[in-house]
Unconditional design. Sequence first.
Lengths: 115, 109
Amino acid sequence: ETGVTQSPTHLIKTRGQQVTLRCSSQSGHNTVSWYQQALGQGPQFIFQYYREEENGRGNFPPRFSGLQFPNYSSELNVNALELDDSALYLCASSVSRGGSGNTIYFGEGSWLTVV
Amino acid sequence: QKEVEQNSGPLSVPEGAIASLNCTYSDRGSQSFFWYRQYSGKSPELIMSIYSNGDKEDGRFTAQLNKASQYVSLLIRDSQPSDSATYLCAGSGGFKTIFGAGTRLFVKA
């Protein structure tokens, strides 16, 4: 148990639709990162939020967007879903101390299937 | 070029043996390294973190870091069937943590 909770755990969407995934970070953690993990691959960094602002982004198109709220919870939004968006979406929380290499703790993930 | 590389395996070891998992990284700015274990259908869970050159031991697990060679390893002593999983190596030097594709480990009873 990491204290990071995600919802929903599983969902099926149709190509072209939009999806919102939610995450509550571990108590005391102020930074949230989102990762996409396709089958057989390692987690791929989507973006990170700190103090309600995106402070880093991986190689994902703008239709992947996010929010962080004052209580440090977060949302991942994906517009215009494509079949290749089918994956496990992982939320990870950490404490940003201004340095590098913060340890991240994952939630259970949200399994997204796009048909 | 992949930033963190791992042999995908599978690595198969008998119960009670030592499993050795290896990882190389390309970003010399990476300062912190992590090993996560991921069971099939589950999310990754942190096993070890290592920040300095040398060895770090925690129970049956030993992480090794060599920054000059850009090499990280994980040794699992007295391997158990419950250790069968995918092991993800990760490095972090800034705002993001980069993961390898993972090594699948099978421990045969």
